[in-house]
Design a protein around this ligand. Structure first.
Ligand SMILES: NC(=O)C1=CN([C@@H]2O[C@H](COP(=O)(O)OP(=O)(O)OC[C@H]3O[C@@H](n4cnc5c(N)ncnc54)[C@H](OP(=O)(O)O)[C@@H]3O)[C@@H](O)[C@H]2O)C=CC1
Ligand SMILES: CC(=O)[C@@H](O)[C@H](O)COP(=O)(O)O
Ligand SMILES: [Mn+2]
Length: 389
């Protein structure tokens, strides 16, 4: 039976990998309902034409004329703006890829959850800034949540949920990013170009900078705590520069189960697309003999304070992860605009966390208000630390 697919963040790195899998699948297996992007009208129109989507929606209304023009004569609906994004995410579909970057993905992701079906989640920031709300909405709608983030997808594959008490720890691997071996002076002088040069993965700008600061791994520790029945102290991070082992689960009988694969997001996306079955994905197969050796080491929390800050946020609970995520988004944006130094990213996050404390966030309204307040505060702090625009 044909399954209806919606992609939130269709023009991005994860969106494009998802589209590549859909295009390679046997005809008639999938049909595309909605494609959503931010402002890339040309990229969205191209994807919508290739996949014969029913509707293509941009968050930015300024792009609507260009989108309409590019889709003229195709019969594909074009729309733009926040309400249109929500409407597209709410349309009936069996499977949704949630891959909008940042907390901007929260609203559309929640709309897809409320409509039901399967939610393949790449947008880790949604789970960090509003974890309890996302999980509550999943429970209430009966939607199925499948983790796409490579480490969490690996752990999901290795986790035997039948006996959670027998899980001793879960391990998230980290490449260490472009500054794994850099001195503090090199990190202080890091440019956006250097930070964006990830040693292994090809990804969007924001997550690439997060990998360089290791906020990506910090966000992933919080993401893992939301997804898996494992307490924070049993969620470990292990530096693994080859990014070949993506995640591991240690059991009480001494077994350590790992998922390995080439560093290619089509594998975890294919896993989520076919789950509970499997499908073919044309990714490079691992050649372990050619690889020769796999390295592992403990992370350096002194050079990468992001890991400590994320653990503090996770343990503090309440709105602290929301604050950490929002402040990091602001700081990354300023760093990419060359208005903030690389090492200042963590300073902005830490100072924003200190300023705002741990307010309760019982509902979505409170989360959104705190997210906005943290952005304002982080902007002030970054302004004091950073360079003039
Ligand atoms: N890339 C990867 O390998 C991995 C990514 N992830 C996570 O997946 C998410 C996406 O990452 P990635 O694909 O790399 O990011 P990209 O920057 O490549 O893509 C982001 C996507 O989000 C869209 N977008 C941005 N802002 C909005 C908005 N306000 N409303 C609607 N759409 C918007 C962009 O549209 P436009 O192009 O028009 O701006 C684009 O389609 C992130 O949360 C990331 O952490 C997780 C694991 C791996
Ligand atoms: C592909 C993926 O899941 C990314 O989150 C990746 O893990 C980033 O690399 P780092 O391990 O350097 O953060
Ligand atoms: Mn990851």
């Amino acid at each position: 039976m044909t399954r209806r697919i919606t992609i939130l963040g269709a023009t991005g790195s994860i969106g494009r990998s998802t589209i590549a899998l859909l295009e390679a699948a046997p005809k008639g297996e999938f049909a595309v309902e909605a494609l959503v992007a931010g402002r890339d009208a040309a990229g969205l129109a191209d994807a919508a034409r290739r996949l014969r989507a029913r509707v293509a929606v941009l968050a930015d209304p300024a792009g609507l004329p260009a989108l309409r023009e590019a889709l003229a004569g195709t019969g594909i609906e074009a729309a733009a703006g926040e309400a249109a994004v929500t409407e597209a995410a709410s349309r009936p579909a069996d499977w949704t890829m949630a891959a909008i970057v940042g907390a901007a993905g929260l609203g559309p992701t929640l709309a897809a959850i409320r409509r039901g079906g399967t939610l393949a989640l790449a947008n880790k920031e949604a789970l960090v800034c509003a974890g309890e709300i996302v999980l509550r909405e999943i429970r209430e709608s009966g939607a199925t949540l499948l983790p796409v983030d490579s480490e969490h997808n690996a752990i999901f594959q290795a986790l035997d949920a039948r006996d959670p008490a027998m899980v001793e720890r879960i391990v998230l691997t980290a490449s260490g990013g472009p500054f794994r071996l850099a001195s503090e002076a090199e990190m202080r002088a890091a440019t956006p170009e250097k930070a964006l040069r990830h040693p292994v993965w090809s990804m969007g700008a924001k997550i690439s900078v997060d990998s360089a600061t290791m906020f990506n791994k910090g966000l992933e520790v919080i993401e893992a705590a939301r997804l898996f029945p494992v307490p924070p102290e049993r969620i470990e991070v292990l530096i693994h520069p080859q990014s070949t082992v993506h995640g591991m689960v240690q059991y009480a009988d001494g077994s350590l189960l790992a998922q390995l694969g080439s560093p290619d997001m089509r594998t975890p996306i294919a896993h989520a697309l076919a789950w509970p079955r499997r499908m073919r994905a044309d990714v490079p197969r691992l050649d372990l003999a050619a690889l020769g050796k796999l390295e592992f080491s403990a992370p350096d929390e002194a050079r990468f304070p992001a890991l400590r800050l994320a653990r503090e946020a996770l343990l503090a609970g309440a709105g602290v992860p929301t604050i950490l995520n929002a402040a990091n988004e602001v700081a990354v944006e300023r760093f990419l605009a060359r208005r903030l130094g690389f090492l200042d990213i963590a300073r902005v996050v830490e100072a924003t966390m200190e300023r705002l404390g741990a307010p309760a966030v019982p509902g979505l309204e409170e989360v959104l208000a705190l997210d906005a307040a943290a952005r304002t505060e982080a902007g002030h702090i970054a302004g004091r630390l950073g360079l003039a625009a």
